[in-house]
Design a protein around this ligand. Structure first.
Ligand code: HEM
Length: 625
């Protein structure tokens, strides 16, 4: 009896297996068979009586069904969603190639928003978005519902403690307000400008000159990282670690800081239980992290001790004259209980600022120089602008490395500012950022986000969205930032390289000044020629490093020399720019680095970015998950 109907049944399964349409269409025979297979009715009721049916075949049928079902999810959810492992296989294959391009492609297919679902036994579920409407909502409109969150805080607490990057609510607000006042003060501005000038002229340019004289290629990214590390340590601690010095020495504090950041980032891709167990046992990378943090703490404690001693010996008048670094400023303040801040908290504040300012401007400059190499016409225009501005000086004789650009000249370099913004649009220093949902909510594009969900906003992908930047979004075109020859800022929810809303980058204006000053000082004297066939790719890290650095030969800038000569003869290109200067700048609401007013954080938000997400083109309202 069994013998007779086992064959038709077997062939029935095979028929269903061989044609996907049968599996997925409404064919009543196949769907009922599969309904039974999947629910288990068939297996329980009949299979026991059919020993000759091969289990392997049934297993295969289920597997094929699941494959087809999971692949069909791709259309709806953006990625195949497998039983048990969710979208993990796609993530792994994305990680093998260019992760940021992979995310951009998925977002393009999904109208700018999709939900990533990890294995069922993990809490790896997050909404990924590049939709400016959603960004405006989470960074500004409903800011308080999207904190950094527990997960982020726990992961980075050992290194960052309660510093501004890792704080929410009151602890964040207090630091933000104090630091904001400081960042906008004239004294602080003077200190940062002077420290940068010293670093560029006494260290950076001589190092580049050495490379020209010895005709050896340099890793420009490494040199720029040293520059900004020294610079931000001067700002935060008021000390110069001396990373950018002849011979490019290894500085223990810099090494410890770098190792600690890298090990902390590894925690984001390691299951929480595992890294916590490793930390407890002081094993592997967690053991190294502990040692590196000890190195960072030792340096910070030493500086804090020395500064306390120094302050105790000086009268308040002397101190005010001498020091304007963040450490000194915060040492002069009191907490809610009217007590001075603890050494640990002071350490956290400084370490966070160093992290914020260390590799953001340097990696942006590295990508900028690489883009100039691909687009020499842009370099020519920048040079023309620099030389035109310099030629306005009464005494514009060339004086080699002693020739120092003045802050007001740097401010006038609008084409350079456009080119740097364009580099940041395509290669944002922070390529992805994240938030956590405090209470159930709904994004403007319709995506429902549940309490505890992680939200990733894909800043890199945003620069490559036709809906935001138009068909030429992948091209390096500084002109898109100019209107009648003047630089026009963009909405922070369209150009999110500096974040937006209350947590807009505090160092934005300084960073632009720093990048413009360093870039113009280099370009005026040197041409950076990237070594042929040097591989260029982004590194997977919190900041957008170039994975293989930027190997380049520095050569004397012949075009620059010719331009300088030309401008000396002609007497400068001031007239055109002067005319432009009067052309309706009032609409530009950006905080200017030169502005002396101290702003509190709410005012900053009000000032930040003229346009809102509503004023720009984005995806249709129905988009998203
Ligand atoms: C090209 C250069 C820079 C870029 C692209 C950049 C970008 C960013 C971004 C995306 C954030 C948000 C991070 C987050 O909350 O997860 C941020 C925050 C911040 N940045 Fe920058 N940054 C740059 C330079 C600097 C510099 C030079 C400093 C200081 C010297 C600085 C200080 C800060 C601080 C203190 C925050 C924290 C603000 C807060 O949470 O309230 N940044 N920056």
């Amino acid at each position: 009896m069994n013998y007779y109907y086992s064959i038709p049944l077997h062939s029935n399964i095979m028929t269903n297996l061989s044609t996907t349409t049968n599996l997925t269409s409404s064919s009543s025979s196949s769907s009922s068979l599969f309904g039974e297979l999947v629910t288990g009715n068939f297996l329980v009721r009949d299979l026991l009586f059919l020993p000759e049916i091969q289990m392997v075949e049934i297993f295969l049928a289920v597997v094929v069904f699941l494959i087809i079902h999971s692949l069909r999810q791709r259309k709806r959810q953006g990625l195949p969603n497998w039983p048990f492992v969710g979208m993990l296989p796609s993530l792994i294959s994305g990680l093998r190639g260019d992760m940021y391009e992979w995310i951009s492609n998925v977002l393009r297919r999904q109208n700018g928003t999709f939900t990533f679902r990890g294995p069922w036994f993990t809490n790896l579920k997050c909404v990924v978005t590049s939709d400016p409407r959603n960004l405006e909502y989470l960074l500004k409109t409903n800011f308080s519902n999207f904190p950094k969150g527990e997960y982020f805080r726990n992961t980075v607490r050992d290194l960052l403690g309660d510093g501004i990057f890792n704080a929410d609510d009151k602890i964040w607000q207090r630091q933000r307000k104090t630091a904001s006042l400081e960042f906008h003060s004239a004294k602080f501005r003077q200190m940062t400008t002077e420290s940068l000038l010293e670093l560029v002229h006494a260290r950076l340019l001589p190092v580049l000159d050495d490379a020209v004289n010895q005709s050896v290629p340099i890793d420009l990214q490494d040199i720029l990282l040293r520059l900004t590390f020294d610079n931000v340590c001067m700002i935060a601690f008021g000390v110069d670690p001396g990373c950018l010095s002849p011979g490019l020495p290894e500085i223990p504090f810099a090494r410890a800081f770098e190792a600690a950041t890298e090990a902390t980032i590894t925690r984001f891709v390691t299951p929480t239980l595992i890294w916590k167990a490793m930390r407890f046992l002081n094993l592997g990378i967690e053991g190294k992290l502990k040692k590196s943090i000890e190195g960072v703490d030792e340096f910070a404690e030493e500086v804090i001790r020395a500064r306390k001693k120094e302050l105790s010996l000086e009268s308040s008048d002397d101190i005010n004259k001498q020091r304007t670094d963040l450490l000194t400023v915060f040492m002069g303040l009191k907490d809610e209980q009217e007590q001075p801040f603890s050494d640990k908290f002071l350490r956290d504040i400084c370490v966070n600022f160093i992290l914020a300012g260390r590799d953001t401007s340097s990696v942006a400059l590295s990508w900028f120089f690489w883009l100039l190499n691909q687009n020499p016409q842009v370099e020519h225009k920048i040079l023309a602008e620099i030389c035109g501005i310099i030629s306005e000086r009464e005494d514009n004789r060339e004086k080699g490395n002693d020739f120092v650009l003045r802050p007001e000249e740097v401010k006038k370099m609008e084409y350079l500012q456009a080119a740097l913004s364009e580099a940041l649009r395509l290669y944002p220093s922070v390529p992805v950022d994240h938030k956590e949902v405090l209470e159930d909510d709904k994004f403007p594009n319709g995506t429902v986000v549940k309490k505890g969900t992680k939200v990733v906003y894909a800043i890199y992908a945003m620069g490559r969205m036709e809906e935001i930047w138009g068909k030429d979004c992948r091209e390096f075109k500084p002109e898109r930032w100019l209107k009648d020859g003047r630089f026009m800022s963009e909405s922070a929810y369209k150009f999110t390289a500096f974040n937006g809303g209350p947590r807009l980058c505090l160092g934005k204006d300084f960073a632009y000044y720093q990048m413009k000053f360093a870039a113009a000082s280099i370009l005026y004297r040197h041409r950076v020629v990237v070594v042929e066939n040097h591989p260029v790719a982004p590194k997977l890290a919190l900041t957008m490093y170039m994975k293989y650095g930027l190997k380049a030969a520095s050569v004397k800038n012949q075009v620059g020399a010719a331009r300088r000569k030309e401008n000396r003869n002609v007497g400068g290109g001031a007239t055109g720019r002067k005319k432009q200067a009067s052309a309706g700048l009032a609409s530009q609401k950006e905080n200017s680095w030169e502005e002396e007013a101290a702003l509190d954080w709410e005012e900053e938000v009000a000032l930040e970015g003229a346009a809102t997400a509503d004023q720009i083109r984005f995806w249709p309202a129905a988009g998203g998950g």
